[in-house]
Design a protein around this ligand. Structure first.
Ligand code: ADP
Ligand code: ZN
Ligand code: ZN
Length: 726
């Protein structure tokens, strides 16, 4: 008899699969978890094929230890998607496969789907007669008549109802039985959807008509135009047809508030949420609920793009331009691009929503690869787009970063009991600490970055590697005691604003003040309840939050991005300012935005004033075209990290010498990374680009397979395809 051999994917940094003897397996076990011996360890792997062939001598093969679960954990569809990712991003197939599993499934343990007991009306209970005035009893009865009641329901947890349930159990009106534990607390509150306006309805009609076909839509809608409402309707449509919907959100947008919006609209639907902040147990339960088809809606961050969903019928990516869709380690992928491939492979529609689409996306809409849907008006009829004014910093003298014009505008809002947001794109008290006597400045001993002063805890922190030390009392070089922070950070601004407006309630929102798990949620409630007058915020605040009483946005210190060496910096700045401007005047009050700048004639600010994303996109695309930058060319970066940058550079030079270049490929020279030292390693990079994606892919495949064969024992390297930053 021929031996049965399984090819197993393992989470190892080598681009190959591993063969094991697997006498009990059949082709039905492809996609299943197995436990295998590897060296002196045992590893969890995924079976990718079962057959009779191997390139190794049979007597050298080991046998798998055991199988796990009843069958495949990764469906054929997800395996195909992961295979694509492994090929496209040139990342080992085994590691790619395993990265799609929640942590709990990467252990040698069977999973169990959590169960709970629930109450249900018996036949007797269903016919029970209740007195007309027994409101509590009638409410409970109505709820039970609708379906089962879980102990997590707020009603079931209320003491009065607990007693009633106990009585009814004794009377034989209700019975207790075991059921899968719901992912969400039961809610009794349901929202009725507003009627869509004409543009929303037109967008929805196109998306709904695309059911069962691959069409990529770009839903381009100004902030406040009601994109969320279009998503909700499109999801409802997909669910009504028996489908599941996957909604990908930027990390910061996956707040209880948005989950709440979906829960209220789909109160009887199980909604799985998936993000890296969940504990392993919860994440497993949500993942399983999605992959068994029980959860009809999945709301998640980028990692959710790989969730198996047997009835997947619609994918939505909100704020598709957001950088959090880029995974920056292990498998380096862009969730937006992977989602497009997934929709294509499955033949379903996908909607990319944004007020400021990524230029790549915009270009795809222009060339007709994506179909554009536009929402040009704010959805709430009284809400108009805010007026954007530029404050010329060459003529206005600032006090701690705040111009007289901005100060006056804030005072006006205080008088009207409206809220202001002062937006600054940095955190910490001040970016750096310098000595005016000798020019010393506080640098990170582990990175080439400067340390940032955090006054509250008297620390200097490195925002790149996390290094921290106490703020010194005197200059370590010359002993000068007059060392002072320069620049402006959120904490300094907070102090200043509090001095200027002593009775105002000032709230600072940045990564430091929101570090605690629920603090951001609490802050949002405070803002909505009107307990805050002046908000100070970083990019955290720019995105998708809706504060009806916020009517003024002041932007401080935006100019630095204009002259950044990063060719995407102005795209990011535009989109960030557009987003943050969108925070003003979303309800009945008109909004105003004041931008402080030294460059009032810069086209970025000019087009921003006109809310003219399309105009700015055109300018930027022209620049990109003439400079041969993405999206007009395709890039990949080979990065190396070593203790000394020379070693990283030497490795890259050696790799370059192996490169099978041809006339379509432009391979540059190795160079130290902009931030050379980071967390005690030094980094260098080698950029390759081509106007032709296919040519680039062909080149990479050949090249990277020879790079894998290079000796690099003390050095780490990886490839970044379509990098977000270079
Ligand atoms: P976006 O995501 O495009 O920035 P939102 O979806 O947050 O905009 O919608 C902005 C506001 O308009 C929300 O308060 C929303 O409830 C409201 N809204 C959306 N669509 C409608 C509609 N058709 N009728 C009335 N209000 C709407
Ligand atoms: Zn000094
Ligand atoms: Zn550092």
């Amino acid at each position: 008899m021929l031996p049965i051999i399984a090819q197993v994917a393992l989470d190892l940094p080598v681009p190959r699969l591993f063969d094991y003897l697997a006498p009990t397996l059949t082709s039905a076990d492809v996609g299943r978890r197995v436990c295998v011996p590897f060296g002196r360890k045992t590893l969890i792997g995924i079976v990718l094929s079962v057959g009779h062939n191997t390139e190794h001598p049979i007597d050298r093969l080991k046998a798998i230890s055991h199988t796990l679960d009843d069958g495949a954990i990764l469906s054929a569809e997800i395996r195909k998607l992961l295979r694509f990712c492994s090929d496209y991003y040139h990342y080992p197939l085994g590691a790619t496969m395993l990265s799609a599993l929640p942590t709990a499934l990467r252990k040698d343990q069977p999973y169990t789907i959590k169960t709970t007991s629930a109450w249900q009306l018996t036949a007797l209970g269903r016919t029970a007669e209740l007195p007309a005035r027994a409101h509590r009893q009638r409410a409970l009865h109505a709820l039970l008549a609708d379906g089962q009641l879980h102990p997590t329901s707020t009603l079931a947890a209320t003491s009065g109802y607990r007693n009633l349930l106990k009585q009814w159990l004794d009377a034989g009106w209700v019975s207790v039985h075991l059921t899968t534990a719901p992912l969400n607390n039961q809610t009794t509150h349901a929202d009725t959807p507003p009627a869509l306006n004409a543009e929303q309805a037109a967008a929805l009609a196109q998306i709904s008509a695309a059911a069962g076909q691959f069409i990529a839509f770009l839903l381009h809608g100004v902030t406040g135009s009601g994109k969320t409402e279009v998503y909700l309707h499109a999801v409802a449509h997909a669910l009504a047809q028996g489908g599941q919907a996957l909604i990908l959100l930027p990390e910061i947008n996956l707040t209880p508030q948005l989950t709440g919006v979906f829960r209220a609209r789909f109160p009887t639907t199980e909604i799985a949420t998936l993000n890296s902040g969940m504990n392993d147990g919860d994440r497993l339960q949500h993942w399983l609920a999605a992959s068994t088809g029980r959860a009809r809606i999945v709301l998640g961050t980028r990692l959710a793009v790989f969730t198996p969903m047997p009835q997947l019928a619609l994918i939505i990516i909100d704020e598709e331009h957001d950088s959090s869709f880029y995974q920056q380690d292990s498998l380096r992928y862009a969730a937006r691009d992977v989602a497009i491939i997934r929709a294509q492979q499955r033949n379903i529609p996908i909607v990319l929503g944004s007020a400021t689409p990524a230029l790549e996306t915009w270009r795809n809409a222009q060339t007709g690869r994506y179909q554009r849907l536009s929402l040009t008006q704010r959805a709430v009829s009284a809400a108009t787009l805010p007026r954007i004014q530029l404050i010329d910093l060459r003529t206005q003298k600032c006090d701690a970063g705040i111009s007289p014009a901005l100060s006056t505008a804030i005072q006006q809002r205080l008088d009207l009991a409206q809220q202001s947001l002062v937006f600054i794109n940095r955190r910490g008290y001040a970016p750096t600490l310098i000595c005016r006597a000798c020019g010393w400045n506080a640098g990170c001993p582990r990175c080439s970055a400067r340390l940032v002063v955090h006054l509250r805890d008297k620390q200097l922190r490195c925002h790149h590697c996390g290094y921290a030390q106490r703020v010194p009392h005197a200059c370590p070089d010359c002993g000068n005691v007059d060392i002072s922070p320069t620049g402006l950070g959120t904490q300094r601004l907070e102090e200043k604003l509090q001095q200027q407006f002593p009775t105002a309630r000032v709230l600072r929102i940045d990564r430091d003040s929101t570090r605690r798990k629920d603090s951001w949620t609490t802050m949002q409630q405070q803002i909505r309840a009107g307990e805050v007058d002046i908000l100070i915020g970083t990019q955290l605040l720019a995105k998708g939050h809706d504060f009806p009483n916020l009517t003024l946005v002041g932007v401080i210190d935006a100019d630095s991005a204009l002259y950044s060496p990063d060719f995407r910096a102005s795209e990011r700045l535009f989109s960030q300012l557009m987003q943050v401007s969108g925070r003003a005047g979303r309800a009945q009050h008109a909004g105003e935005v004041l931008i402080q700048t030294e460059f009032i004639t810069h086209p970025l600010y000019r087009t921003l004033q006109q809310h003219d994303y399309i105009g700015y996109a055109k300018t930027l695309l022209n620049e990109r075209r003439s400079a041969s930058f993405p999206p007009f060319i395709h890039q990949a970066v080979l990065r190396a990290e070593a203790e000394h940058v020379q070693d990283a550079l030497a490795f890259l030079s050696e790799a370059k010498a192996l490169a099978p270049i041809n006339e379509h490929i432009n391979l540059f020279d190795p160079t130290p990374a902009a931030l050379t030292r980071k967390a005690n390693v030094e980094r260098a990079l080698l950029l390759v680009q081509s106007p032709n994606r296919r040519a680039l892919q062909g080149f990479l495949q050949e090249w990277i397979s020879s790079v894998y064969k290079m000796k690099a024992s003390t050095l780490r390297w990886h490839l970044d395809v379509d990098p977000w930053e270079i």
